[in-house]
Design a protein around this ligand. Sequence first.
Ligand SMILES: Nc1ncnc2c1ncn2[C@@H]1O[C@H](COP(=O)(O)OP(=O)(O)OP(=O)(O)O)[C@@H](O)[C@H]1O
Ligand SMILES: [Mg+2]
Length: 465
Amino acid sequence: MTAWYVLSAFALIIIATGSLYWVLVNGMYREDVHDLRDNLENASLLLSASSGQHGVSFPFATPRARGQRPDIYLRVLDSNGQVLIETPGLSRRLPTPSKTELAAIPSGGGASHQILSRQGEPFLTLIAPIAGSQPRFLEVAMDRAHDEFLLARYRERLWLVLGASLVLCAVVGYLIARSGMRPIKGISRTAERIRATTLHERIATGGLPEELRGLAETFNGMLDRLEQSFAHISQFSDDVAHELRTPINNLRGEIEVALGKVRSAEEYRDVLGSCFEECTRVARLIRTLLFLARADTAADALQREPVDLSEELAKVVEFYEADAGERGVELRVVGASGVRAELDRTLFQQAIGNLISNAVAHTPSGGSVELAARASGQNIRVTVTDTGCGIAPEHLPHVFERFYRIEQSRTGSQQNAGLGLAVVKSIVNRHGGRVEIDSRVGEGTRVELIVPSSGATAPAELTKS
Ligand SMILES: Nc1ncnc2c1ncn2[C@@H]1O[C@H](COP(=O)(O)OP(=O)(O)OP(=O)(O)O)[C@@H](O)[C@H]1O
Ligand SMILES: [Mg+2]
């Protein structure tokens, strides 16, 4: 930052001083040319007014002098380049123009020339013909040594000023960069301090300049989300430990009791059978947890394939028909024909299966569970509606949370982990869709899955759940 500041500020200073110097040099040169032309015109008037050799001595005898030497020199030449008269010392300094050079000069006078004298001094010369009977030329020369001397001194000072401003730019640039970086250092110190245990820390946005406040707020927002996720993960780990502890304790208890004394083969078989059931339950729980963990990190890609919804729903229904029949619940699919979508078949079946299993479990005998599917714009909507006990409004927002069970006793079993709807939500989210639930206590529950019908379409807005 300092380097950029120094470079840009110094470049601007160089451009500014350079252009001022250029204006000065040009201005001095133009002034000199103007001066020279004035002198030429005056001397020319005097010369053309004078007729004889004596009359022309006036401008040469009293040259305008500055310092030691005259600044302006004059000489009169004939058309062959022979000097007729001149300011003393001019021929020693400047060579006379040749005959051809004089012949090329237009009647109104030539352009000014910059030449170096024999001694290396800069001169500016101007030649014009003098009106009269004989062809004569008047040459006016200006010694620009004094100008050059002034410019050289100006350049010397300029270098000094440039050197000083370079140092000044560096110091000011460093101070500006340092004060600009101070709040960023503060932010990075806070960021360094933050660990998993100190996720509650936030960057103080009070004293920050406007440009950095946005950054700090974004960073704080990120910390909010991280803190929430950490709390969520830690709660989830607690729940997992708790869920696994119960069946393992059961297993231990049963085995301990069985080992307490010698038992018959029949009794051992019973204990082993019950242990097997418990193990199956734990294995299923672990499988579901693994599924959810993988879905969280999106490690597995979806295996999308074209699916006919009516066929797919019929297959899942067939699987649950026996169970529903046993409970006296009617299970049916309505109006799903012709609805097609690109879905991961296995995951979709699992989601619908979880919904049917919930609906059947919560619907009393004589009730019904109805499945329907329809296309709606870019999405398909699949609904599972039951005429069961319903869910109270205070529970409704939580049913998709992991391990959330309304009443352990209501479903009549500890077999349920409270993960079914969490899995449904995760599957639908992975398809880029959303879940909506609507329930009335005593009337029934309706769960709707809204999923984009192809993987290429934009995801359904994830507003609810
Ligand atoms: N159709 C429904 N009618 C009434 N209550 C329901 C219905 N579906 C779910 N619930 C309630 O929502 C809670 C969460 O359901 P979820 O499917 O996530 O868990 P679960 O069925 O208890 O366990 P799991 O599905 O993991 O075996 C359940 O405890 C249940 O009480
Ligand atoms: Mg369930």
